[in-house]
Design a protein around this ligand. Structure first.
Ligand SMILES: [Zn+2]
Length: 219
């Protein structure tokens, strides 16, 4: 943990440099996220001097990853991974799905700005997933939720009640929505697919458990 500026107990004043990031593999970064999530759950987030970090980051950024998350207020992305200013790009949209604009953002993050890990993070009790299951129609939200419909199709083998009242079904759809987003990244972004095939980046699916802060892998 020496090169990730999150040494526990010490107040972090610097931000990630290009040299520090160059030493990190995609797997190292994923491991940092896993360790950071443990600190988050243990109430021991890295102390950060944000005023110093604002100053240090103003001249440039070298984020190590991009996280795609839902907009849910109960998923504080930086905290969930114990990351600070300059550490990660975050894309947020209700239902954490991928569209052209988010793919473009990911291509910027990885190809242009050097991030090495893409995390697609769904979460427990997702209102967008429930809304898609319930066929909610409301202004522009109708179109937003239509992006989650393929994940419902992927979940038709679910054995229980296929409604938003069935927690297991909501979880299954949320996980399939993460899988679908990962598939879309690979299918619709030749740039990111090539980077993944070359081992320059890793694309990982996670499911955030609202009730305890824990992350589960979505294969
Ligand atoms: Zn959500």
């Amino acid at each position: 943990m020496s090169n990730d500026n999150t040494t526990q107990g010490e107040v972090v004043k610097s931000v990630l440099t290009a040299e520090e990031r160059a030493q990190l593999t995609p797997d190292d970064i994923l491991q940092e996220f896993i360790e950071g999530n443990k600190r988050f759950r243990n109430n021991s987030l890295t102390p950060r001097d944000r005023v110093s970090q604002i100053e240090a980051a103003a001249s440039g950024q070298n984020p190590k990853a991009i996280v795609l998350s839902c907009i849910d207020s109960r998923v504080p992305v930086e905290d969930v991974f114990d990351q600070g200013i300059g550490d990660i790009f975050v894309g947020r949209i209700a239902g954490n799905f991928v569209n052209e604009d988010l793919l473009g953002s990911m291509e910027f993050a990885c190809k242009a700005a050097g991030a090495k890990l893409i995390v697609v993070m769904g979460h427990q009790h997702c209102g967008a997933v429930k809304g898609a299951i319930d066929n909610v129609e409301l202004g522009n939200l109708t179109t937003t939720l239509s992006n989650i419909k393929p994940a419902i199709q992927m979940s038709q083998d679910y054995a229980g009640d296929k409604t938003s009242a069935d927690e297991g079904f909501v979880k299954t759809v949320a996980e399939n929505n993460v899988r679908h987003s990962m598939n879309l990244i690979r299918e619709n972004s030749p740039i990111l697919k090539e980077m993944e095939d070359n081992g320059e980046i890793k694309i990982v699916g996670l499911y955030y458990t609202l009730t305890n802060g824990e992350l589960l892998f979505v294969d």
